[in-house]
Design a protein around this ligand. Structure first.
Ligand code: PEP
Length: 256
């Protein structure tokens, strides 16, 4: 795989003004990147202005969630039609916070994946085991089940537009513990094999990103691991200067 993906989910941070400042700086950084596919996932209120700001740049923009129906009586939701209308390239689906606080299930994520593909957007499907599942030694079983259900019904042709983010729940956020590189490599290898079981050789074309307390100290090590095709970064990318360091270093080091 010759693309290395690097992106950040802003979660519920940044006003439109803060997001615009960040994005203007990121555009300058992006001009100098040759080896990286860069994306940002702002909150819904910033999507239109950030899409406009990044016109004619190489930055992909994504939304943090969406409903699977094109329209309907779903107060508070946003539809694939709406995201398509404003030119979204990516939709993040199934982040662990959505699963934990908003009852997202693998089944609902599957419906969203299918809807995203129908509207020409790349689903970024987040999977990850929690600390209890890891303690009980069922990480791989959990991840395999998540992949099987979230990607159910997809053809090999469709699946080449999907990206996976492996984010162990115990590694995410302020209370998270960064994962050992050896563990990340083992799991990414397992996910690659599972994707090949499910989609034959097309399983090789699906980028698997790693996320969970990626920071200035560990990003380089993770980036060099077999079957890590990108990094999905939260807090360490919200400050543009911190993200600048990560992106410049990766751009000069990643040869895939
Ligand atoms: C995330 O929540 O997807 C994430 C990767 O966050 P952080 O990098 O802050 O752990």
């Amino acid at each position: 795989m010759n693309k290395f993906w690097v992106g950040t989910n802003w979660k519920m941070t940044k006003t439109i003004a803060e997001g615009s400042f960040y994005t203007k700086e990121l555009k300058k950084i992006a001009e100098k990147l040759s080896n990286i596919e860069l994306f940002i996932i702002p909150s819904h209120t910033s999507l239109v202005s950030i899409k406009e700001l990044t016109e004619n740049s190489k930055i992909h923009i994504g939304a943090q969630n969406m409903h699977w129906e094109s329209e309907g009586a779903y107060t508070g939701e946003i539809s694939p039609t709406m995201l398509h209308e404003i030119g979204m390239n990516i939709v993040e689906l199934g982040h662990s916070e959505r699963r934990q606080y908003y009852n997202e299930t693998d089944e609902s994520i599957n419906k969203k994946v299918i809807a995203a593909l129908k509207y020409g957007m790349k689903p970024l499907v987040c999977i990850g085991e929690n600390s209890t599942q890891k303690k009980n030694n069922i990480s791989k079983e959990t991840l395999a089940a998540q992949l099987i259900v979230c990607l159910k019904g997809l053809t090999a042709e469709q699946v080449k537009h999907v990206m996976i983010a492996y984010e162990p729940v115990w590694a995410i956020g302020e209370d998270g513990t960064p994962a050992d590189a050896a563990y990340v490599e083992e799991i990414h290898g397992f996910l690659r094999e599972k994707l090949k079981d499910l989609f034959d050789s097309k399983g090789n074309d699906i980028p698997i990103l790693y996320g969970g307390s990626v920071n200035k100290e560990n990003f380089l090590e993770y980036s060099k691991l077999q079957d890590v095709n990108g990094l999905f970064i939260g807090r360490a990318a919200w400050d543009i200067e911190s993200f600048r360091v990560i992106l410049h270093t990766l751009n000069s080091q990643v040869y895939r």
